[in-house]
Each structure stands twice: as structure tokens, then as C-alpha cells.
Design a protein around this ligand. Structure first.
Ligand SMILES: Nc1nc2c(ncn2[C@@H]2O[C@H](COP(=O)(O)OP(=O)(O)O)[C@@H](O)[C@H]2O)c(=O)[nH]1
Ligand SMILES: [Mg+2]
Length: 413
């Protein structure tokens, strides 16, 4: 039953990943992210979980991992935390439902920024569980790190090391203080590192929830990568959409300017507008033609298009005309409307103005439509049935933050 779940999630993710259809440019642009996501997918398939030790330098990250491994694998105390490399080692624990556990030793977060901040960040992202190691009460920096990990949807276990430095009462006080400072909703465990305490706790967690944390992290990574790819695609399309709208504005402005007294040739204008919508839809991968493009045009209220047009038309004083020329200049590609006189200029300005608004609104509609055709990993995340309330909370906070980031309106023209 349990085994079915992880392989089902693996297949879902793998299918999603294959459906993404990256361009060559994207493959090289996201090269590093792609490699590390492929590795995560592999670990999911092979049921290999990763646990990373994170925290300030000198708190005993390397020592804690060594005590789990019962060997001096990770170097300790190289001039108090100058370990800048990320090291990994397999941890042999018996009676595991997963196939293997990998322990990762990170440089202290106070040293992370110096050399490879991206690499550290990426490795933390690729740890399915984080042991957040402290050696006393939490300071502000530690608390900030913890909060940011949680907001990123990470599962953390606060591990209290160097407890031999405190007496019983002091320990009790410090633990109370840490509990008080930690975000309340998540039941973040605080585990004392003495004897086999941590080892026992970790074996229990891995056996009970290891598969879920591995799956959850893989889904989150897929989702983060997806958002990055999507943002990049939208930025590229934004430029294209903007220049297309500009082109159509120019055509319309010059047509109108040359026939100032005919006013709008309604039929011609309508044809141009639907042609613009059709062009935009191609940019967003929808390819709307004829009736579908006209439908979008109808959905965008005509009132919206002429919003501001009346304001342009009320006053034909010379100053306003000059302002309009300046305003219009970027959209008429240097075509001077001056010889055509004020009415032509105002009409051209209205044409440019309404085409710009039409383009923006149409792009939004088209984007909404094209969005539905994406499979987004967060939908998989939403659909997975995680019964444990604690895990449910982790998904929720991730989704809440994610949905704030998923506002792509600023990348539309
Ligand atoms: N008293 C005490 N010292 C410890 C303990 N664990 C580690 N240390 C010492 O703390 C120093 C930093 O340890 P290290 O593992 O290198 O810290 P890291 O920078 O977080 O990896 C070393 O001198 C360790 O010997 C502990 O449980 N008690
Ligand atoms: Mg270390």
C-alpha cells in the first residue's frame, strides 16, 4: 500500500517533467536546476531520503552527524566553522522502509553567503528534512533562518547540541525560551542530542513519514522549477507581445491619421483588433482564429477601450495637442502626425490608446485561457492525500506563499 503511493507519485512527477517540453535555450538556461531536479527524481524513484544539518557555524553540525554515523567522517572545528564545502555521506540504519538515508553537512549559514550561496541554497532545497542545529537559545538570525525555511515548506527538526554545557535548570529554561520563539502552528520538534536520542527519533520519523517528506520535497522542487520556467517564458512573451501591440498601434494610428474626417472605419478597425488578438494568442501558444478571437474581443468591454478617449477629446488646446504628440511618439515609431493637424493627432492618439488597452486586456484573457492547459505540479501537491495534520500544515504554508508568488500579471504586456 505504502509502496504503491511513492511509485505512483514518482510516475506522476516523471510524466509531468516529460510533458514540460523545454526549448534548447531553456535547457541551457536552467541547466543546473534541471540536473539537480533529475537527481531528486532519481532519489524519489530509488527511495533515497536526504537529511541536511544546518545552523550557525560552531554549533556542532559536523559533530552531530559524526555521532549519528559513529565515525569521524565530517571534519569538525576547522578554525570554527570554516568548512565551506557541502559533504554527503550515506547513513546505515537498519530496518528501514526507505532504501537509504544520505546525511549532508553544510557550512554554517553565517558563512554561506561568502562563496557559493546558490549552491548552498539549492542543496538545502534538495534536503528532504533539515536538522536545524543549535547549541543554546535561539538568536535573531537563527530564528529568521528557521522562519524562512518553514515558509519554503521545509520540514525542520531543531536539534539541541552541546547540552553538557548547561545544568538541568538552565536546559529547561532554554528549551522553554526556544519553544516560545518558534512559530506556534507547526509543532516543530526540539530534540536533545544525547546518547541515542537523536538517532532513535530520526529512525522513527524516517520510518513513519520518510516517504511523505521525500515525495513532498520532490513535488515542491518540481513546483519551484516550474514557476521559474513559467516566469521566464512569460517574460520572453511579454517583450514579443509589447512589440506586437506597438506595431498594431502604429498601423491603426497612421490609418486613422490619414483619414481624419472619416473617423474610424469601423469594419477596418475591428479587423485590425481581431488580428491583434489573433497575433497575441499565437504568442501565448493558443492560436485563436476568427470567431474565437472575436469572442475575446467581445468579452473585453468596448467601454474599457475608450476609457480615457473622451478625456483626450475634450480639449483641443495647443498644449494638449503637444502633449498628445509626445505621448504618441513612442507608439507611432517616429511617424510624425504634425502635418495632419490636431484632429488627426487626437484621433491617432485615441487609436493608439485603445489599441494598447485592448492588447493588455486581450493578453490577460488569453493568458487565463492558456493557463488552464498547463499541468502544474502544485495541482499534484493539492491532490495528494497527506493525512497527518503536521504535514498538511507544511503543504498549506507552502501553497499560501506559492500563490502569492504565482501572480504573473506583471509579466503580461
Ligand atoms: N562541549 C561540547 N562541545 C561540542 C559538542 N559537539 C561539538 N562540540 C565542539 O564544538 C566545536 C564545533 O563543532 P563542529 O562540529 O565543527 O561545528 P560546526 O561548525 O557546526 O560543524 C568543536 O570544537 C566540537 O568539538 C558537544 O556536544 N559538547
Ligand atoms: Mg562543520
Amino acid at each position: 500500500m505504502k509502496q504503491l503511493k511513492i511509485s505512483k507519485n514518482y510516475l506522476l512527477l516523471k510524466n509531468w517533467w516529460e510533458s514540460i517540453d523545454l526549448t534548447n535555450y531553456e535547457k541551457s538556461f536552467f541547466n543546473r536546476e534541471i540536473i539537480s531536479f533529475n537527481q531528486q527524481l532519481f532519489r524519489l524513484k530509488e527511495k533515497k531520503i536526504r537529511i541536511g544539518a544546518y545552523g550557525k557555524s560552531g554549533v556542532g553540525k559536523s559533530s552531530v552527524l559524526n555521532s549519528l554515523l559513529q565515525a569521524n567522517i565530517f571534519k569538525t572545528n576547522i578554525i570554527n566553522g570554516t568548512t565551506r564545502e557541502i559533504k554527503a555521506e550515506e547513513w546505515d540504519i537498519k530496518d528501514l522502509t526507505l532504501n537509504s538515508v544520505e546525511l549532508l553537512d553544510f557550512p554554517g549559514f553565517d558563512f554561506c553567503d561568502i562563496k557559493f550561496p546558490d549552491k548552498v541554497y539549492s542543496c538545502i532545497n534538495h534536503s528532504d528534512i533539515i536538522l536545524f542545529i543549535v547549541s543554546g537559545d535561539l538568536n535573531r538570525n537563527e530564528l529568521n533562518e528557521i522562519i524562512s525555511l518553514i515558509k519554503n515548506g521545509k520540514k525542520i527538526i531543531v536539534t539541541f547540541n552541546k547540552i553538557d554545557l548547561f545544568n538541568k535548570n538552565e536546559l529547561k529554561e532554554i528549551i522553554e525560551s526556544i519553544k516560545f520563539k518558534l512559530p506556534k502552528d507547526f509543532n516543530i520538534p526540539i530534540i536533545l542530542n544525547h546518547g541515542k536520542n537523536l538517532k532513535n527519533y530520526l529512525s522513527k520519523i524516517i520510518n513513519q513519514h520518510g516517504e511523505i517528506f521525500l515525495t513532498l520535497n520532490s513535488l515542491q522542487l518540481a513546483d519551484k522549477l516550474f514557476l521559474e520556467i513559467k516566469e521566464q517564458r512569460l517574460k520572453k512573451r511579454q517583450k514579443l507581445a509589447q512589440s506586437t501591440i506597438g506595431k498594431f498601434s502604429t498601423i491603426k494610428a497612421s490609418t486613422v491619421a490619414l483619414n481624419p474626417f472619416i473617423l474610424f472605419d469601423i469594419a477596418g478597425s475591428f479587423a485590425l483588433d481581431t488580428a491583434l488578438i489573433s497575433e497575441l494568442s499565437k504568442i501565448y501558444g493558443l492560436n485563436l482564429k476568427g470567431e474565437s478571437a472575436r469572442k475575446i474581443f467581445k468579452n473585453i468591454s468596448i467601454n474599457n477601450l475608450f476609457l480615457g478617449a473622451t478625456q483626450v477629446g475634450v480639449n483641443t488646446s495647443f498644449n494638449l495637442v503637444r502633449k498628445v504628440i509626445l505621448l504618441t511618439a513612442p507608439f507611432t515609431n517616429g511617424l510624425s502626425l504634425l502635418p495632419y493637424g490636431p484632429i488627426a493627432i487626437i484621433q491617432a492618439a485615441i487609436a493608439v490608446h485603445s489599441t494598447k488597452i485592448l492588447g493588455k486586456l486581450a493578453a490577460k484573457e488569453i493568458f487565463k485561457k492558456s493557463k488552464a492547459s498547463f499541468i502544474e505540479p502544485y495541482i499534484l501537491l493539492n491532490n495528494i492525500n497527506f493525512n497527518e495534520p503536521e504535514i498538511f500544515k507544511h503543504i498549506n504554508i507552502y501553497l499560501t506563499k506559492r500563490n502569492l508568488n504565482d501572480n504573473f500579471v506583471s509579466f503580461l504586456p
